[in-house]
Design a protein around this ligand. Structure first.
Ligand code: ATP
Ligand code: MG
Length: 417
């Protein structure tokens, strides 16, 4: 048997309605904030992610699906949604339109990682990018959007952690302080962090290695290094969140250490889904648009991992509304009935009523069994006696009630229900 590739999953009909529900909720929430959908290609020139995610990140270093296409170009499957969005924002000239531009996407992402619960090689993200404003209000708005989405789904036990990593200038000072602090312990860091020490020491704060975590005890805290402007911005974000009644914890361990990330960074974290507890990560990236040649346009956004969200909903015991049931299953008896049934279901569907009939040549008993299995609301029986009288025997599958309805009136009858 041929199986799916490692780290990927099929979504079968018994689960796909959950995805639809989450994605519909995402779209509705985005619309409440007037965010519009952007769809970018599944693959980009590798350069987009090297620039847009950052050379010193794990994503670019180890996790990308990169290959040469038949024309010899280096192509990468998108590992995240921001870089392609910003590439398109600049390429299409959207930056010259009325700002802010509020964008959202729902997209598959690809990362070559070790598969575990909540960590796949193909996964799906809902993300937003709000571009054009450096106001702390828009940071708060983006956080509120993520929160309304998660609350709207009925997620419990999620904690919001926020931090500020300052601007380029603050960060330089902090990086130096962190290097100084770690200078003597450098040899004890994991191999990755030894590299990070030189390339991007902030990422050491993000290391999952227990020894590295211990070595960081007592390390300088970035909030002590941010400039007055950045501090005022962060105070503004906190004030607005408080005013909106949003609880949060300031967590100086959150860094998202990419070069173009600035000021606010945040995560929604759960301790209910094991090690992969971060359901949503986001932040401000004032340097990214100019990295793509689009000028000095600030931005802020987040991405939610939908697989992790589903795990969380399951563990929290949140019920996802069941999909719409089939309205009517038309059960013919004999050949004549079959043809009539075919016509009736075609007419019903034309009028927007979900209908089905038998194509397995089942007897009437087996058809009822089938209708029960697929959870049809009504079964309409078309036997000889019904055909003679020009009626269909409509049975309400919940109450068991039956009545004869003239075939010409079936549409109106079902519409009434
Ligand atoms: P982690 O620290 O767990 O590796 P990350 O920092 O790499 O996460 P981001 O790049 O911020 O994650 O992506 C945003 C969200 O996408 C994450 O919070 C998570 O919910 C989801 N996500 C990231 N990588 C994966 C993956 N391999 N499988 C499933 N979901 C993922
Ligand atoms: Mg990761």
């Amino acid at each position: 048997m041929i199986t799916v590739p490692k780290g990927t999953k099929d979504t079968l009909p018994k689960d796909s309605y959950k995805w639809q529900y989450i994605e519909n909720t995402a779209r509705k929430t985005a619309a409440l904030f007037d965010a519009k959908e952007i769809r970018t290609p599944t693959f980009e020139h590798t350069e987009v992610f090297v620039r847009g995610v950052g050379e010193t990140t794990d994503v670019v270093n180890k996790e990308m699906y990169t290959f040469l296409d038949k024309g010899g170009r280096s192509i990468t499957l998108k590992p995240e949604g921001t870089a392609g969005t910003i590439r398109a924002f600049v390429e299409s000239g959207l930056y010259a339109s009325a700002l802010p531009v509020k964008l959202y996407y729902i997209t598959d992402c690809f990362r070559y990682e070790r598969p575990q619960a909540g960590r796949l090689r193909q996964f799906r993200q809902f993300g937003v990018e709000f571009l054009g404003s450096d106001s702390c209000g828009i940071d708060a708005e983006v956080i509120l959007l993520a929160k309304s989405f998660l609350d709207g789904l009925g997620v419990k036990n999620l904690k919001l952690h926020i931090n500020s990593i300052g601007c380029k200038d603050c960060r330089k000072k902090y990086q130096q302080a962190l290097r100084d602090f770690l200078a003597e312990k450098k040899d004890k860091l994991c191999d990755k962090c030894k590299e990070r020490y030189d390339t991007n020491p902030l990422r050491i704060l993000d290391c999952k290695d227990e020894d590295c975590k211990k070595l960081l005890k007592g390390a300088p805290v970035i909030l002590d290094y941010i400039c007055d402007d950045c501090k005022a911005h962060f105070d503004g974000v906190k004030e607005l969140l408080r005013a909106a009644g949003v609880e949060f914890t300031v967590d100086t361990g959150i860094v998202r250490g990419l070069d173009y990330y600035t000021k606010t960074v945040f995560e929604f974290v759960s301790d209910n889904i094991g090690a992969q507890g971060t359901v949503c990560g986001g932040g401000r990236y004032d340097g990214l648009v100019s990295e793509f040649g689009g000028g000095d346009i600030p931005g802020v956004g987040f991405a939610v991992g939908i697989e992790r969200l589903l795990l969380l909903l399951e563990n929290d015991g949140v019920e996802i509304p069941e999909p719409e049931r089939l309205t009517v299953y038309v059960a013919p008896i004999g050949e004549a009935g079959r043809e009539k049934a075919f016509k009736i279901v075609s007419e019903l569907r034309k009028s927007g009523i979900a209908a089905d009939t038998d194509y397995m040549e089942r007897g009437i008993k087996a058809q009822f069994k089938y209708a029960d299995k697929i959870n049809a609301k009504f079964v309409g029986v078309l036997g000889d006696s019904e055909a003679e009288r020009g009626v269909i025997k409509l049975k309400d599958m919940s109450s068991g009630e039956e009545k004869d309805v003239p075939i010409s009136a079936i549409l109106n009858e079902l519409k009434k229900l």
